[in-house]
Design a protein around this ligand. Structure first.
Ligand SMILES: *Cc1c(COP(=O)(O)O)cnc(C)c1O
Length: 388
């Protein structure tokens, strides 16, 4: 390895998580696996294949660029853009057989026109706003009439209709679900045919089995993040974030550490320096709350985090040597800080922590407990596997 700091991505676990979701929902509900934001930091191109081989039906992303990255790697997988694409970019959507979310009649007409021009029939999923107020046709009569007209367009396939939960309360979840279902029923009574009606993200897909309709859009649970409340699911965190000890030193009581000497040693201490900083996606506000795991024991982050390094207190782990493994995020079974624990420590959510990894930090993909692929965005042409 050319860098000691990397994220380890367990493809077996990713596959198992998808299989667990499939087992839970049964064969009749489609899984649109949400792999936006580089598959929540896991690497979308590599993860897509594992997901599709273990029960995924569709890949869902937020932007055209994310869709094109996947399309370049996989000519066949169905891909849905859940977000907005401007008219000037719609030709890329159509030519690349990507399914587009739409929420205006004007864009439907534009896509229908492109379909005719290019001799194709672009697929769309109609976004219906049941309260979130992000994107979508506003719930109501005028929208229903507009969508009826869209369904009649000749060069367009209205494959789906969907909405998104705010997850504000149990009562509000039911109201939003009922609003989407009622709209779909009115449209179907008028001759529209939707293969996929969908509203469930990860949390709703597990906690509200009765809301799954024809498709679910799980993101977080693919990666083992548990935020559902009412039910459990046997899934596991896919990422470990690790580094190695770079330097060890002893400091005296009263001496300062890092910028502004903001931290002052309250006793004689032994410190280990690790080459992980906020530029690697480890949050700067881990200052005063961060903990890492070395030899199965917790060591506190001391001093303000730097961009590329930070210091941890190893006074009570005397066996630590330069080169020893340090776990920043890992499993409970190895006494490591999980994403769930880290999110509480630095007052954010698990998804945001996953999205913070940067291109400097290589990704090592594991299968059967062994590395099978290394992705180093800085050195894409170097085959690092030889060095492992
Ligand atoms: C991100 C996203 C999801 C997935 O959300 P999770 O909470 O990670 O399951 C589903 N639907 C839409 C529209 C999204 O933007």
């Amino acid at each position: 390895m050319l860098r000691d700091t990397y994220i380890e991505i367990d493809l077996d676990r990713l596959g198992d998580n998808v299989a667990q979701i499939r087992k839970r929902i049964g064969p009749d509900v489609a899984i649109a696996a949400v792999i936006k934001a580089d598959a929540y930091g896991h690497g979308s191109v590599t993860c897509a294949q594992t997901i599709m081989e273990h029960g995924g039906d569709y890949l869902a992303v937020a932007t055209l660029t994310e869709a094109l990255e996947l399309r370049n790697a996989y000519p066949q997988y169905p891909i849905l853009i859940m977000g907005y694409t401007s008219n000037e970019n719609l030709p890329h959507v159509v030519k690349n057989h990507i399914t587009q979310c739409i929420f205006t009649e004007e864009q439907a007409v534009e896509l229908d026109w492109l379909g005719r021009e290019l001799g194709m029939k672009p697929k769309v999923h109609i976004k219906y706003d049941t309260g979130f107020h992000r994107l979508g046709f506003p719930d109501g009569h005028e929208s229903i009439e507009a969508i009826k007209r869209i369904c009649k367009l000749e060069h367009l396939e209205c494959e789906g209709i969907f909405s998104h939960f705010s997850l504000a309360s149990d009562e509000e979840n039911h109201r939003q679900y009922n609003a989407l279902k009622a709209a779909a029923e009115r449209l179907e009574a008028a001759g529209c045919r939707f293969k996929y009606r969908h509203i469930c993200d990860s949390i709703a897909a597990i906690d509200y089995p009765e809301f799954r309709l024809d498709m679910i859009r799980p993101g977080a649970i693919l990666y083992g993040m548990k935020s559902f409340r009412k039910n459990d699911l046997d899934i596991h965190q896919v990422i470990r974030f690790v580094t190695k000890v770079a330097y060890i030193q002893n400091i005296k009581k009263g001496e300062g550490v890092s910028y502004n000497y903001k931290y002052k040693a309250d006793r004689d201490m032994r410190l280990a320096t690790i080459t992980v900083g906020y530029a690697d996606g480890y949050p700067r506000n881990m200052y005063e709350v961060g903990e890492v795991t070395i030899h199965g024991k917790r060591a506190k982050v001391v001093g303000v985090l730097c961009m590329d390094q930070c210091m941890v207190d190893v006074t009570d782990i005397p066996e630590v040597r330069v080169g020893d493994e340090v776990i920043l995020y890992g499993d409970e079974s190895e006494n490591a800080v999980t994403f769930a624990e880290a999110a509480v420590k630095c007052a954010t959510n698990k998804n945001e922590l996953l999205c913070r990894f940067t291109r400097r930090t290589p990704k090592v993909y594991m299968k059967g407990g062994k590395p099978v692929k290394v992705l180093n965005a800085l050195l894409p042409d170097v085959d690092e596997l030889e060095g492992i």
